[in-house]
Write a protein that binds this ligand. Structure first.
Ligand code: NDP
Length: 252
């Protein structure tokens, strides 16, 4: 028996990057996984590759996690098809790099809606079923910016800081229904979102110097902690955020 046999896990923003690695890890641990993204072609390519690797057990639902109506419709469809979502990973996110004094309200709104409001919308919709069934796991993908700020990413920092307190707010209301909500905060991970930073020699040198392990994170580094929070091994762990950052947030 694997830790997640018989469970159904939805991972938002899992057509690529960290979300795709998390979905693969949850499938490997035995769960049926539901992938999500915006671009239907990219999503279908990710779904069929993962299904081929594991001989099935992979579904896909293309919807915008920032759109209330689309979220509620998609969650109802997934619940009808699978019988219920046991594990939700709120992973979809975007970045926008510009100084606060130059940041347009529309860009602030887009980042906060995608990185914070989406976790409320998808979390609320999925939690209604979890509470009714009396069990569930929600993992919110935070960031080192949950704790630390840096110039040019103010909206992202505000959203990811808010996501930690949303994790606590969900815990305050849903823990008694046997729903565990925790966060995983990745450090600097090499994905499409960070490619521009990897390609910038000065930033790359700064990351290598600033991280005690002297390397970028890999998407695979995030998988074990998420599987832990999705499994019965964490049944009495509530409202925590685990930093998976090569030690970046424990040194100056
Ligand atoms: P990527 O940019 O590689 O992937 C983002 C994913 O989110 C894609 O699957 C994308 O779908 C999906 N997505 C974006 N907007 C929406 C939306 N409105 N509705 C549905 N899906 C959406 O990101 P990463 O893998 O780098 O990051 C994943 C998460 O990890 C984010 O929350 C990010 O903040 C966090 N994180 C990343 C770090 C890093 O160093 N990379 C560090 C710390 C945290 P599509 O393919 O269709 O566009």
């Amino acid at each position: 028996m694997s830790a997640l046999d018989g469970r159904v896990a939805l991972v938002t923003g899992s057509s690529r990057g960290i979300g795709a690695a998390i979905a693969r890890g949850l499938r490997q641990a035995g769960a049926t996984v539901v992938l999500n993204g915006l671009d239907p072609d990219r999503l279908e390519a990710a779904r069929s590759a993962l299904a081929d690797e594991f001989g099935g057990g992979v579904l896909a639902a293309a919807f915008d996690v920032t759109d209330e109506e689309s979220v509620d419709r998609a969650i109802a469809g997934i619940e009808a098809e699978t019988g219920g979502i046991d594990v939700l990973v709120n992973n979809a996110g975007v970045q926008h790099r510009v100084l606060l004094v130059d940041l347009a309200l529309a860009d602030w709104d887009r980042v906060v809606r995608t990185d914070l409001t989406s976790a409320f919308l998808v979390g609320r919709s999925v939690a209604r079923g979890m509470i009714a069934r009396g069990s569930g796991k929600i993992v919110n993908i935070c960031s080192v910016q949950t704790d630390l700020a840096r110039p040019t990413i103010g909206a992202y920092t505000a959203a990811k800081g808010g996501l930690r307190n949303l994790t606590r707010a969900m815990t305050a209301e849903w823990a008694a229904s046997n729903v565990q909500i925790n966060g995983v905060a990745p450090g600097y991970i090499h994905t499409e979102m960070t490619q521009a930073l990897v390609d910038d020699p000065r930033f790359n040198d700064w990351i290598l110097g600033r991280t005690p392990t002297h390397r970028w994170g890999r998407v695979e580094d995030i998988v074990g902690p998420v599987v832990f929070f999705a499994s019965p091994a964490s049944d009495f762990v509530n409202g925590q955020v685990l930093f998976v950052d090569g030690g970046m947030t424990v040194v100056v």
